[in-house]
Each structure stands twice: as C-alpha cells, then as structure tokens.
Design a protein around this ligand. Structure first.
Ligand code: ATP
Ligand code: MG
Length: 392
C-alpha cells in the first residue's frame, strides 16, 4: 500500500548553508543504507523535505529497518501517493487508508492539509473541513480533536497527493559526514564498537585502527575485529580499518619495563601510533571505549597516563557508562554476539597479575626511557605494517 517515505529530521541548528550540507549528507547516507535492500528507490529532496520513493516492489519492514540505522533521521513516515482524480475520489482513498492502517478506529483525529499546488480547487482549510466531514460520515466512531489528536492525518497536495499519518522513530543524531572524521581504537571487545557507534551518531566519519600481535593473537581475533567494523559500518558507511602489527613493540616493552606497568605503557604506545595514523588521515580526534574504573588501566590515574601522550582530543563516549549499559547498546546495535566470541585480543596475553591502578606518570616516563635504544625504529616499523582493510 505505501509507496514512499517522508523523512523527518531535527532542524535545530542547521540553518543556512549548514542545512544543505546536512540534507545532502542525509540523502547520501540513506542511499547507502538502501543499497542492500530489495527494490529500487529514488531518494530526493523536494521543497525542503526528503522523500524516499519506491520505484518497484519492496519489503516494507526491511526498508524501515535500514532507515532506522541512518543517523540524522528523527522519524520515518510511510506515505501513500495518489493521482489527483478529484476530491470525491480522494475522500474515498482516505477512508480506505484509515480502514487499512487503523483496524480499530475508535480514536480522535485531525486532518492537516497542505497545498503546494495552488491551482487545486480547495484551499487547506476547505480540505480540512470537507475531508473531516467525509471521515465522520464514514466512521461515526471517530472524533475530531484539533489539539491532541491520536491520528494526525496529513494530506499534501502536490503534483500527486500524499497521504500519511504514522511516524516511526528514527535513530536521531546527525548524518555521518557532517562532523569531520575520527580514528577509533577498535579492539575485539564489547566497548570500542559501541564507542564508535556513539561518536558516528553525532555525524562523525569513522576510521579505525586495530593493534594485532601475531602469533600471540590469532587470525581469528583479527577477523573478529573486521567483523565488528563491518557491523558498525551499517550505521556509519564504509570504514577504513588499519591493522598494525604491534608484536615487536609489545615484546620489547615486556623485556624492558616492569610487568605491572606493561598494560599502561602498551596503551601509551597504542595511543601514540593511533594518533600518528589519525593525523596522516585527516582525523580530528581519537575514540576509545574506556570507562572510568572498568579495569586497572582505566582508573583516573591511568587515564592521565594514556591521555598525556596525545595532542589530539581523545573522545571516550562511554566514560560514565556501567558495563551493563554498554552491553545494552551493543545488543541494540548488533555487535554483542560478535564481541563475546572468545578469541583473545592483544591485551589479555601480556597482562600482569597485579597491574598498577594508580600509575605515577613521572615513573612511567622514566621506565619508558628503558626503551630508548630501539623504540623509534620499532615505532616506524610498526607503522609500515599498516594494512588497510575497507569494510562496508
Ligand atoms: P573493549 O571492550 O573495547 O576491548 P576493554 O574493556 O577490553 O575494551 P581495554 O583493553 O583496557 O578495554 O582497552 C581500552 C580501549 O583501548 C578499548 O576500548 C579500545 O578503544 C582500545 N584498545 C584496546 N586494545 C586495543 C587493540 N588491540 N587495538 C585497538 N584498540 C585497542
Ligand atoms: Mg579490550
């Protein structure tokens, strides 16, 4: 029955030139999301509104589900288009529409007409009145409520006439591509994919980096990260995933530094390398899945130590989340099942029994001097191993 969708978006703060950028990005992201859907769609901007017109048979539920993954969409209104065949015919169509969409019509309603084609014989007020009367005649159980109607029936007279009344909620946020780009440190865990999702929701394009430590971490662990990036890319569009071989740096730290500081020093090198790659790829920030106190390397003291090695801002959208709250988002976005697969990521191999929970940065810096001899060379070599995998 429905042949199109009207896309609603929040318009606050997108005046002037920003509005075009926002709308164009939204159109682009919608096209991307619908690529894998059954059916042909025309996504277009008409008179300041975005429509998705089905040009062939399509699967309604699948299409709505895909649109619900596009950041920037506040609501999705399924629309019926009809040719203008006179007002009588339009009333019949609307009466049939109500029967189809609302099996229980014991509800209040309001007709809200809009006429962009001015040669239509009735103006908006007349359409409201006359259509309202026709509906009441067909369905005496329905009542008009102009202030708080349960059904707000929109009738838009354009070249064709558009009928819609339902709003399916979208994910909100801003269209990816309107907010610059950031580099996500993506491990195989539960947290970092959620962190990437949350920053992408604000319109930020996501690149990712994964630190791989073969043979201590398996090919399966790497595959798991690729799979996670692919799931996140449903929301963000294509992600360029950088895989860096971190083994030599890790072994060198293991050899030269106190074991209870291993994780912190390792994390400092991950941040340094991530920042280097971020800058080479025009990223404006880093993203991690850290949350205060979750593990020893995420206490406030530890965060001072990992934070101080970077110049770029580090975005930590999960900083105040409990694990359970993070799990809920990861289930919602579909990464959870993949994240809990048991392949170890590189941190679990070299963990000390009693890692420091209150590292002193001066001491950490001093112990990093033990690495002086070879670390620059190893850093350069690690960057040369950069393997870029584009996932979508
Ligand atoms: P996650 O569930 O995301 O793995 P975690 O609870 O295991 O997080 P840590 O291992 O302390 O936390 O890592 C903190 C953050 O550092 C991660 O959220 C991620 O952003 C980044 N990180 C950790 N290990 C790696 C890795 N091997 N490659 C890339 N980023 C990593
Ligand atoms: Mg982890």
């Amino acid at each position: 029955m429905f042949t199109a969708f009207l896309i609603k978006y929040a318009e606050i703060g997108i005046k002037g030139r920003n509005r075009y950028l926002f709308e164009d990005a939204l159109v682009r992201q919608i096209k991307h999301a619908l690529k894998k859907c059954e059916g042909e769609f025309l996504v277009h901007k008409t008179q300041g509104r975005i429509y998705v017109d089905a040009q062939s048979e399509f699967d309604f539920d699948e299409t709505v589900a895909k649109l619900q993954q596009v950041f920037g969409i506040a609501g999705i209104c399924p629309v019926v288009y009809v040719e203008d065949e006179g007002f009588e015919k339009l009333c019949e169509t609307v009466i049939q529409y109500l029967a189809d969409v609302y099996p229980d019509r014991n509800r209040t309603f309001k007709v809200q007409a809009r006429r962009t084609r001015k040669n239509y014989p009735k103006d908006s007020m007349e359409i409201n009145m006359d259509m309202g009367a026709a509906i009441l005649k067909a369905y005496p159980e329905m009542k008009v409520d102009v202030h708080n109607p349960q059904i707000l029936l929109n009738i838009e007279v354009r070249e064709k006439i558009y009928i819609y009344s339902e709003i399916i909620p979208g994910p909100g946020g801003m269209p990816v591509g309107t907010g610059g780009k950031a580099m996500l440190l993506l491990s195989g865990g539960i947290d970092s994919p959620v962190a990437g999702y949350m920053i992408a929701k604000r319109g930020v394009t996501i690149d990712a980096v994964y630190f791989h430590a073969p043979p201590y971490t398996s090919e399966r662990a790497k595959q798991k990260v690729v799979d996670l990036a692919r799931i996140v890319s449903r929301y963000t569009g294509p992600i360029r995933l950088h895989v860096i071989n971190f083994t030599d740096i890790q072994l060198y730290i293991y050899e030269k530094c106190p074991h209870e500081e291993l994780t912190i020093i390792m994390r400092r090198y991950m941040m340094r390398i991530a920042e280097h790659i971020a800058k080479e790829n025009d990223c404006l920030g880093l993203i991690t899945g850290e949350s205060i106190g979750q593990v020893a390397s995420q206490t406030m003291n530890s965060l001072i130590a990992t934070n101080e090695v970077c110049e770029l801002p580090v975005y930590r959208p999960l900083i105040g989340f409990d694990k359970q709250e993070i799990v809920e988002v990861s289930e919602k976005i579909g990464t959870y099942e993949t994240s809990i697969q048991p392949f170890e990521d590189c941190c679990t191999i070299f963990v000390a029994k009693h890692p420091v929970t209150k590292p002193n940065v001066n001491i950490i810096r001093r112990h990093e001097q033990n690495l002086e001899e070879r670390i620059e060379e190893l850093f350069r070599q690690a960057i040369e191993t950069d393997e870029v995998i584009v996932v979508e």
